[in-house]
Structure formats: C-alpha cells, structure tokens
Design a protein around this ligand. Sequence first.
Ligand SMILES: [Zn+2]
Length: 688
Amino acid sequence: MHVIITQLSLKSRLREDAGDTHMLLGEEAPHRNGTFKKSCATLRPTSPRALQANKSGRKTQMHRCVAVLLRRYVLHQNHVPESSGTQNSSRSRVWSGVPAHERGGLSARGECNPDIRMLGCSVVAPRCDDGRVLKPCRSTCEDVRRRCAHAFDEISMAWPYFLDCDRFFVSDEEGCYNPLEGLRGQLHAEGHNNSMDLVLSEDPSTRMQFSYQSYTQMTKILKRTEERCAHIAQTYSIGQSSDGRDLLVIEFSNNPGQHELLEPEMKYVANMHGDEATGRQLLIYLAQYLCSEYLMGNERIQALINSTHIHILPSLNPDGYEAAVAGQQDSRYSDDQDHSAAGNTGRNNAQNIDLNRNFPDLTSIAYRRRRNKRYRTDHIPIPDFYWFGKVAPETYAVMKWIRSIPFVLSANFHSGDLVVSYPYDLSRHPLEHNLFSPTPDDKVFKFISKIYSMSHERMSNENAECGSSRTGSKEGTINGAQWSSFSGGMQDFNYLHTNCFEVTVSLGCDKFPSKEDLFDIWHENAEALLAFIEAAHRGIKGLVTDEEGNAIKGARISVKGIRHDITTAENGDYWRLLTPGIHIVSAFAPGFSRAVKKVHLPPNMHTAGRVDFTLQRASAGSQTPEEDDSLPSMGTYERFDPYNQYQRYSPRETDLTQSREERVEMPWWWGYFMMPGGPPPTWLLKQQ
Ligand SMILES: [Zn+2]
C-alpha cells in the first residue's frame, strides 16, 4: 500500500492536509470484487531516496491499475528523470509548457480532474482518526461521478472500480467525511504542484530515458510510441542507410499519413552527422513527450498536433552513429587524452560521405542567375551532372522525402556550437569563406531562427556560443556562409528546390555529451522545440482555385520584394512564412491571369492568415510576362529530376500492419494498459 501512495506522489499533500490527524493507510488496495480490508498504520516521512527505493517495491496488478489510472487520466505529468532523486523544482516549468491547472484531462475537459484524483486518493489512502478509518461520503462520490462519467464514456472506458460509489463509500448517516473539502482549496492555491512530477512510469519504453539508445532501442521506442498514440502517431521509413538500416520517421498529426488541406507539414531531422548525438536523443524525447502530453490532455500539445503534421527523423545517419558509439568506447579505454582522433568517427555515413555536403549545389546556380533580371531562387531543378557523382542513399532518401510531402518548415540538428544557422551555407563569393550571404527571405530566416534561439534557455545569451560562430552571431543566430561557407548542404537544398524553409540548429559544443547531461539539455531545448513547431503557423496560407472552385496545383505565390516563390500543393493549398508587416502577395498559374492582394500581418499573430486566390482564365493569345524563359517552369523542374515519381510512403504496408489491425477493435488507450505477459485489461472496457 505504501507503494501506491508514493507512486501517486500525493503523500505530502495528504499528510499536510491531515494536520494533527495521523495519516493512515489501508493494508490492501481496494479489490475489484471485494471490499477494503483496512488497518491503520502511520505513514513514514518519505525522502527522495526512499521514493526511489519504492520504485522496486511490490506491485500487484491492482497497484498498477490504480497508479496507471490515476496517473494517466487524473494526474497531469508522467515524466521521470532517471535522477529523480535529485529533482530540481525549478525545472518543472519546461516539463509542462502549460501550467497544469490550464490543461485538461480526459477529452481536454479538465474540470473533473482534481476532484477525481482526490477522490481516488481518499479511497486508496483513507484518513484515520484515533486508529479508526474514516470513510469518504457516497454523496461526494456520486457528485464526482455525475460530472466525470461522460469523460470515461467518451473513451469507452469503464468507470474505475475503486470509485464504485456503493462499495467504497458510505452514507452521511453512517458517519463519513467529504474528502474534497480542504484538499480542493489547497490545490487551487498551489496551482501547479511539483510533487506530481514524481509519478512513476512502469514501462521503460514509454518513459524518457536520459541515456543513449542504440539503433534497435530507438526503433523500439518509436514503435512503442506509435502504439501508445496510434490515433495520432505513425512511423514510416523514408529509405535505408548504406548498411541497410531503416531511416525511421515518426509523424504526429490528428490524421497521420495523409496530407490535410491547409494543415502545414513540418519536420525535424537529427544525427545527420553520426557522431553528433544530442539532436538524436532530443527528437526521441520529443516524440515521447508529444505522445504523453497529448494523451494527458495538454491543450497546447493537442492544439499543435491537431493543426500540424510533425515529422520527426531522429537519425539520418544511423550507421555513422553506431560507429561513433564504438569510437567513444574505444577512446574511453585509451590513455590518450587527445580524443580528437576519435572525435570525428561516425560523422560520415558508411560510405564515408559527409551527408551535409552531398546534396545538389543549387546555391551556385542561384548565384549565377542573379544577374538575370527576372531570376527566382525557388524550385531550381537538380542538374543532370549531380547524378553522375556519388549520391548517398541517405541523401537520396531525404530528397525523395522532401519532394513527396509539402513541408513548410524544418530544422536540422547538429552539434559543435550553440547557435541556429540559416541559409545560405555557401558564400556568394568563392574566395570569401565568412561572407554574409543572405537569401531573399533573410528576414523570415532570421525570424524563425530567433524563435528557436530565444526559446532556448541560453542560446541567445551573449557569449553562449562555444565554437567559431561567436564573432558573427546575433542573439544565437548566424548566417551559415558567414559562419563557415560550404556547398552541398541540406538547408540550401530545401530552400532552393522545395517550398520548405530549413535552419540548422547546433545544440552545443560537445557532440557526445555524457548521459548525465541529457536531462539538462532536454530542458534547455524543450520549449524551443515546441515554439519552432508552432512557427509553421506564421505568415499566410490559403487556397488557389479557378473560377469554378477547382484547385490549381503548382500555382506560384509571389511576395513583392522577395525573389522566392512558393507553389501550391496537390489540393491547391499553400503556406508562405512571412514576418509581421504589410505584404503585397500575388498568385499566378500558367493560363490564368495574376491576382494580387495586400496583406497586413500583425506582430503577435500565431496562426497563419488565410489568403485565398481565385484565378481567372487569361484570354486566348494574351502573353503574360511570367512566361519569360528565365523563370524555371515546373515542366523543367520535373524533367531534370530522374526521380520524380513519388508516392507518399505508406507504413501500413509494413510489418506493423498486423499489430495495428489487432488493435482496431479496441479503444485507443488499450495498449497503454497492456502489461508484458499480463492478462489483457478487458475489465477496463465499458460494458456495452
Ligand atoms: Zn554536424
């Protein structure tokens, strides 16, 4: 019984509440088919160390049920740092993102949560007075049930058996107490209570583990996360590494696997350099965090997932990572203090290709064109000669990926400094390797880069940079070419070939920090990771249709003063990241006349402004200026790329299908209550 109380992490509150009354515990958990057998025992003060020790305490199925039920639907948080014994209360800010009292629980209807939690505690940890167990009032139970039953109904879950109002509660006449009195007021006064952070999670693969995970472990975590959040998450592979490892992505959306009209798609990519391990871990945690918080009713996360497609690729270079891990172990056994030799082990892929130099160099093409009066810096075709060179399978997989999904925004995580860099990475002068080389969207890139750096705990601090970016950076951001020029990078390719705006986030100088640092690094980045996803909703979005309302695919959206067009996706929808201010926006498609609109974006706008265009067919024979030869036409764009037949990857064709189908009949929470080797939790199902 002691175990349950510590798992619920409510002992301190209950003890305080009990005041002079001894806080006493029943001997057994409430039994589904029976009643309580209670005796009174004093609750010992519990230290963090004792809490840790209790992790390994006796766990019956009943214990687990109570703890899980309360944690999942009643409590708000379930992340436990490995070093929870040294938990720092100041950290709770980032865990939550949104204060607990602002979040919902079941179906995001938070109003019944505090009561049901306290009610549950009054049963599993009843109050005692003079060695006599006090019983909670039936009327209180019935009242809570009236207000909360709908939430259980919505998810087809039975009302918790231990809150059976007839069995575990007594009437006023029998002498009962209202367990909610006092506790409720205390909860409101406290707001977000840190003690709730210490709730345990039994399944290690659903819990954030602040250590490094092998490729196999990472895959297991991502698939387990997908199972837990089957309604909002889906894993898929964009291809295979040179050594045949799947490049596994997990996508979060209220409709994963399908593009939804006007919902932006964004992506996070890490571990492109196999020896830069921080980003890989952060993205694994992010996936677990998004899943858990969504399930537990974090309204910010729910809103984000319901309105955005978030694609997370934790490791673009899994072969390099495995080599880097081996390198780390070797260097640990050597006496050599200089680890620089081992420092780059695993940076490249298994073919020894640096993936961030392996993309087509479209930047040089853009520079060559800039003297052309009507040049544009978008949708530049891949030149034929690129395919004569060595194209890594990882690079190819990414190119295919980013052409098959209409991504709007992206970040690529590296290490070696603490800064966000933005395109161009290639200097506009071949002999100047630290020359500021802006894109036409320089304002937008600075804007989105700052969203990350300013939301990071220390990236934007003066002198926070630890590498060579220091001289040129501003508020934790720097132009890539000004930092250090190179060609064939991924972010330049994203910008010049697709509609996607990508930046590169350097997460710290240590490429492979010790696992003890991972907890802090997650905290430093958690808010920035969320804020950057939200940035996919900056600017404008809309539909381009003809006069009959038919979607126009491939229409160009131009912004006056920015020589970089965005094109509409399959369904005629587009997204155009823009900074606040006034913009003249126009839409054009071959065979139609141009439509122009003036747009005013206020400074604190957090959802994209909706700007639709209806294009009129141009009269026969009229020559529009857009048909100038210097503009890359979509026809050319397709022709130059030998790999233009893309289909959105369908993970339902993989071996995951079977386990998915087995779950179809069960509610979405089913997998969460499954214990390895244990009986299926049919007793949780609502009787139809
Ligand atoms: Zn790197």
